[in-house]
Design a protein around this ligand. Structure first.
Ligand SMILES: [Zn+2]
Length: 376
């Protein structure tokens, strides 16, 4: 069986994050970039045996021309300094990065570094930090609701191509309407919390604010990304199943907002692909950086997604964050894995070669360009 060659296809990384300066020579900080575990012991003793990490180290060593061990790779990457970003981006053939500007926070390296490698950037507005800014300033629910709507009245005018929510990390994806009094009560409870407070963990309040955002997105035809499934220990995977979004997906008021389910919905990939197959406005993100998986599992996810959902509903991403290696590795792996899976479809006689190539280009670039209006 032959693979479909996608090596030369420029791609849109439709969900990823910015870079931070890594402490020079800090092996543990470096390893921490390749796991969602916060456990010190995992970072110290176990990350290095994951397939994802072994693959990264080997690929990086051959790219940098050094030995495939951590010390040599770290030394070679720090010799390049910030020039490393441009080198990796150019090698990865990234045309546009769609960056979630709400994470990481603190010192984030500037977009010039991406541009040095020939990539454009576009921005996503992360909803929860916006909520966290608005809650302290508004004591009553009607005021807060109006402020949230006002902040989102013209999202594209503020330079964003879409919204993103991490509700799955907080109170889960079973988002629904609540009684106004209940929302007001949880707003008051949130504002009373002493702990510098406003990480919103009260479900009625978070849901109500999200529905305001969905209403605005629907009016503006603006895509909304949802974190789904795999994440760090903050994410309760039981609440991160995309099937919980049923009410939102059925509600006619939000029909104007395309929904993007992130991270392959891992491990709920089949559920996510099913939703993309049956709901016109649902799209499934095929993220090849995070979750940190071996190639066999990335291939299984891509195969399931492609077998269930139309290829026009699938979108490539890396979910790269902190260091540019993830954005780079995902681009290499994404092209390889999709090439293999599409090659299978040709071998089965399901697609002709030209159709398989076109599907690859659509998943890697064109579906996202169209969805976010990139270059328009
Ligand atoms: Zn992300």
């Amino acid at each position: 069986m032959s693979e479909v060659d996608l090596a030369g296809v420029p791609l849109v990384d439709q969900h990823c994050h910015g870079l931070v300066p890594l402490p020079e020579g800090d092996l543990i900080a470096w390893r921490a970039c390749f796991t969602e575990s916060r456990d010190e012991g995992t970072r110290r003793d176990h990350v290095t045996t994951s397939l994802c990490y072994r693959r990264l180290l080997g690929s990086l060593a051959s790219f940098l021309g050094c030995e495939p061990d951590e010390e040599a790779v770290l030394e070679a990457r720090s010799r390049l300094g910030r020039g490393l970003v441009g080198r990796l981006v150019a090698d990865a053939g990234i045309q546009t990065l769609v960056l979630d500007r709400g994470f990481p926070i603190g010192e984030v390296l500037t977009d010039d570094l991406w541009r040095a490698g020939g990539a454009d950037t576009a921005s996503l507005l992360r909803l929860e930090p916006l909520m966290e800014r608005l809650v302290p300033a508004h004591a009553s629910w009607p005021e807060l609701r109006a402020a949230m709507a006002a902040a989102l009245r013209d999202v594209r005018g503020q330079g964003y191509v879409g919204l993103k929510s991490i509700a799955a990390y907080r109170t889960g994806l079973e988002i629904r309407p609540w009684d106004e009094e209940e929302v007001a009560r949880t707003l008051a409870a949130t504002r009373r919390r002493p702990d510098g407070p406003y990480r919103i963990e009260e479900k009625p309040l978070l849901d109500a604010l999200l529905l305001v955002a969905l209403g605005e997105a629907s009016r503006q035809g603006l895509p909304v990304q949802f974190h789904v499934g795999y994440g760090d220990v903050d994410a309760d995977l039981r609440l991160g199943n995309p099937l919980h979004l049923r009410w939102v997906l059925q509600e006619p008021r939000y029909r104007g907002a395309p929904i993007v389910l992130l991270h392959h919905c891992y491990p709920y990939t089949r559920e996510g692909a099913y939703l993309a197959a049956v709901h016109e406005r649902v799209h499934l993100d095929l993220s090849f950086g995070i979750p940190f998986l071996g190639l066999a599992e990335l291939e299984a996810c891509a195969r399931a997604a492609l077998a269930v959902a139309p290829s026009s509903k699938l979108l490539y991403s890396s979910d790269g964050v902190w260091v540019p290696e993830l954005h780079w590795l995902a681009a290499r792996d994404g092209r390889r894995v999709l090439g293999r899976v599409l090659g299978e479809c040709v071998a089965w006689g399901e697609l002709r070669l030209g159709e398989a190539e076109a599907a690859g280009v659509a998943i890697l670039r064109d579906n996202a360009s169209r969805l976010y209006g990139l270059g328009a």
